[in-house]
Design a protein around this ligand. Sequence first.
Ligand code: ADP
Ligand code: F6P
Length: 322
Amino acid sequence: MTAVKSIAVMTSGGDSQGMNAAVRAVVRSALYHGLEVYGIQRGYKGLITDDIRPMDLRSVGDIIQRGGTILQTARCKEFHLPEVQQQAADILRKRGIDGLVVIGGDGSYQGANKLSKLGIKTMGLPGTIDNDISYTDYTIGFDTAVSIVVDAVNKLRDTMSSHERSSVVEVMGRHCGDIALTAGIASGAESILVPEVPFEIENVAAQMKANFEKGKRHSIVIVAEGVGSGEEIAAKITELSGIEPRVTVLGHIQRGGTPTHNDRNLASMLGDFAVRKLIEGDSGKACGIIKGELVATDIDLVVHSKKTFNHELYELAARLAK
Ligand code: ADP
Ligand code: F6P
């Protein structure tokens, strides 16, 4: 027995590495269980314009290793409107699609929650590099984005050490400092600035000065974009200490490239899990992984909950980068 016979999958909002692996898992798991499966092009924009096509095993061949999303994605302001949400639900019903998997970030989850309240059986998969979704330890794309930042800081450390210079590296994460924190620990950054922890720029500048005085050959500050721009932080440090940090803004480099095996496997497990939950009759849930266990949490709770920042890890970073 299955609670759904025909499902659709879409990718929405900021893309992330591993979205293709998630789409592949949804399609292959659905076909394995005898469901019809459709791909919605360009997120909610494609949904409201009925840009929907049937998917088969070959539709998702040779994509597990590719960054980006074959279904593309889009920002779609009109989907905030109730009448547009109703139009989307009507399109799905007209096509006989009775289940929907939305792969995206917190904004996409808001849209999925609205469709759920309109009676569409929805499952959310956390597809964003920010790691800012509650009720999951990791989001799809986060591991790859962190690995890109760590690789970049490794390269910067070499040249900064040659010249005994300092560096300010701006990373993504509007409201969440997880990329900065996780990459900061892994790359031994001397300072990590995140939106969740207040700081005094005077202390950052003094710390950088002290680092060089005690013989360090480089000093690296990683700043999440939600704190401010790397250029502004560097200018303040120069004004306060006379040190002239070099600034690197990693930007959308963090959103491309082949997904790590962690993101591929997380995406594969969650994509298959979402399909099995829909078949079992579950819906209106956000899928995630907590302490290694796959979980499905009411999406209404998830969109109204804030991701908990790991202050312990933040303090560890401070203790170790001496
Ligand atoms: P992300 O999913 O990465 O956070 P956005 O915040 O851009 O990216 O959200 C993706 C899309 O989800 C938006 O372009 C819009 O179509 C839809 N969306 C976002 N917030 C809402 C909302 N409150 N209600 C309905 N739809 C929303
Ligand atoms: O939400 C993911 C994210 O990459 C953020 O970290 C970043 O601030 C934002 O998307 C960039 O949005 P866009 O790709 O639309 O410029």
